[in-house]
Design a protein around this ligand. Structure first.
Ligand SMILES: NC(=O)c1ccc[n+]([C@@H]2O[C@H](COP(=O)([O-])OP(=O)(O)OC[C@H]3O[C@@H](n4cnc5c(N)ncnc54)[C@H](OP(=O)(O)O)[C@@H]3O)[C@@H](O)[C@H]2O)c1
Length: 282
């Protein structure tokens, strides 16, 4: 009888220990788990980055304007074990961005990686002929939106002594091309903002990467041609463009490189593209 009594106490202790151990493992797992905030996560490169960082064990904060798509993504990621938070706002709206970042609680405040991806091009107009309103949208999204997010998120990274800002620049930022004047200017600004931020953070462990893709087949050209799918498809005709996943691989590599390694800038093109204007098509 006494033996059974001792045995049940021993069993209880073992189960108790297993319980505590599993709680601790969960606690350390949560401590280890990093968080990536991706702007413009509802399409193309942003969506591919979300998949890549989720597969690498990151929790996700997904920004976008398409509420339905954000919810669908959240459900899909959560069902495969990725903690996901959605922040629906337009990166051009400073108040909305400030409110969204201020609303983050608990672990969600500790953003490890900010992927400044939201961006667009509209039209192929000459600089003396295009639509000022469309250009304003590009300037506000590609420059102001990126700068707003940087200003709101980076101070926390500096305080915590860790973090990484990954900006989506473009080959378009290296040299202007016909019909790309304003878009090219916005991406040249992304390069200057990335370089400037890297200088400002040089005495911290926070890293800055500017990824400059050439042709990537996403919804980008559909937006450029104001919804004209045939014109968008023609952009990639006769060559194999990059995919959003190719860019996400680069972003993830940069984010997970050893602490001493800062991938400052990456120019990535399809094999049959040589510059912003020279490519080979079959
Ligand atoms: N595709 C290329 O060839 C290429 C090459 C070089 C660089 N890039 C850069 O890569 C980035 C991603 O482009 P992508 O190719 O993935 O194009 P995409 O498929 O059109 O995706 C762009 C994403 O940005 C979002 N977005 C646009 N304006 C926004 C705003 N004001 N607030 C919040 N989200 C906004 C879009 O959301 P909505 O659906 O709501 O508009 C969409 O989710 C851009 O910065 C682009 O300039 C692309």
């Amino acid at each position: 009888m006494l033996q059974i009594y001792y045995k049940s106490i021993a069993n209880g202790l073992i189960w108790g220990e297993i319980f505590w151990l599993s709680l601790n493992i969960q606690y350390f797992k949560d401590m280890e788990r990093k968080t990536a905030l991706i702007t413009g996560a509802t399409s193309g490169i942003g969506e591919a980055c979300a998949r890549k960082f989720a597969a690498g064990g990151y929790s996700l904060i997904l920004n976008g304007r398409n509420l339905e798509k954000l919810e669908t993504m959240k459900k899909a990621f959560e069902s495969s074990g990725t903690d996901t938070l959605t922040l629906a706002f337009d990166v051009r709206e400073r108040d909305a961005a400030e409110k969204a970042i201020a609303s983050l609680e608990g672990k969600w405040k500790d953003i490890d990686v900010l992927v400044n991806n939201a961006g667009l091009v509209i039209g192929v107009d000459k600089e003396f002929e295009g639509d000022l309103d469309e250009w304003r949208i590009m300037l506000d999204t590609n420059i102001w939106g990126l700068l707003t997010m940087t200003r709101l998120v980076v101070p926390g990274m500096v305080r915590r002594g860790k973090g990484h800002i990954i900006n989506l620049g473009s080959i378009a930022g290296d040299a202007a091309y016909p019909g790309g004047s304003v878009y090219c200017a916005t991406k040249a600004a992304v390069k200057a903002l990335s370089d400037g931020l890297r200088i400002d953070l040089v005495d911290t462990p926070v890293k800055v990467t500017n990824i400059k893709p050439g042709m990537v087949e996403t919804n980008f050209s559909v937006v450029r041609f104001r919804g004209d799918r045939a014109k968008a498809d023609a952009v990639y005709k006769g060559l194999e463009p990059l995919t959003g996943d190719d860019i996400a691989d680069v972003a993830y590599y940069a984010a997970t490189a050893p602490g001493r390694v800062q991938i400052a800038e990456v120019l990535i093109m399809p094999t049959n593209q040589a510059t912003g204007t020279i490519s080979y098509r079959k």
